[in-house]
Design a protein around this ligand. Structure first.
Ligand code: GLP
Length: 261
């Protein structure tokens, strides 16, 4: 795992977007794994700006989102399909047919998980998976005690996630209590992973995921098992890391260091 701490949120976001754009530019038929949440909105704004400046081309890119709420229509403003269309897909030169999310309205939940796994496999797997982290340490919607070998399936959400995300729903109680999510095993199958963590509220969970024991109680900690993961943090989110000096020293001493190359 590489840990990069940037002084501000803006710099952490810019670096994350740059890593994604550089990776796409090296391999145009790119399979990009995407995440949602407030943290990612700025990353998508950067990617939109880079696409408009012709610095990155999405015309051949296929995307696979991590998760989707069960029971929400794609047109529902709280669905992740709606979020992705709004913040990214409608503003870049991607072919909408190449964008994939689990279908929140699928009647057969088991079949939907299998369909999504097959779609990822048929595309040849994910080249780079973008991740955020939930307040309870989840990646995707892999809540505490999710199998670290799990695949795409439906998952019951925790009260912590409900508290974090229901503020976006009107009324808050209308937030679904289940979601489809790629499993931790699916996520670990990606060739590369870039996780972005920003803000003081995430400092404690960031330290657990990066430096704590690998445990299904904090599914983000499973990234320690992945050979090509970069975690980008702003100063505030990095506050509780015990090896901060080491991470900063590595970054300062290797100006030519180019992640993933
Ligand atoms: C949701 C998503 C996660 C995301 C998390 C963080 O729960 N399922 O993939 O990492 O939100 O959200 P935020 O960036 O709003 O803190």
């Amino acid at each position: 795992m590489e840990v990069i701490i940037r002084p501000t949120t803006k710099e952490a976001v810019n670096l994350t977007a740059k890593l994604i754009a550089e990776a796409i530019n090296q391999k145009p038929f790119f399979k990009l794994g995407l995440a949602t949440g407030a943290t990612m909105e700025a990353v998508y704004a950067d990617l939109v700006a880079m696409n408009q400046a012709k610095e990155v081309d999405f015309s051949l890119v296929h995307t696979f989102n991590l998760d989707e709420y069960i029971g929400l229509d794609p047109e529902d403003p709280n669905s992740y399909r709606y979020y992705m269309n709004k913040h990214l897909f409608s503003k870049i030169n991607i072919d909408m047919r190449n964008t994939n999310l689990p279908n929140g309205l699928a009647e057969d939940e088991i079949a939907e998980g299998l369909r999504y796994e097959s779609a990822i496999a048929a595309a040849g797997g994910i080249d780079l998976q973008l991740l955020g982290i939930g307040n309870d340490g989840h990646i995707g919607f892999n809540e505490p005690i999710s199998s670290l070998a799990g695949r795409t399936r439906s998952k019951a959400l925790t009260p912590a996630t409900y508290a974090q995300n229901s503020v976006y729903f009107t009324p808050p109680e209308s937030m679904p209590k289940r979601a489809f999510t790629m499993g931790v095993g699916t996520i670990l199958g990606a060739e590369r992973i870039v996780m972005l963590i920003t803000g003081a509220k995430k400092a404690e969970i960031a330290a657990k995921a990066i430096e704590g024991p690998v445990t299904s109680m904090v599914t983000g900690s499973a990234l320690q098992m992945h050979p090509r993961t970069v975690v980008v943090l702003d100063e505030a989110a990095a506050a509780n890391l015990t090896q901060k000096d080491y991470y900063n020293w590595v970054f300062a001493n290797e100006p030519e260091w180019k992640p993933y190359r």
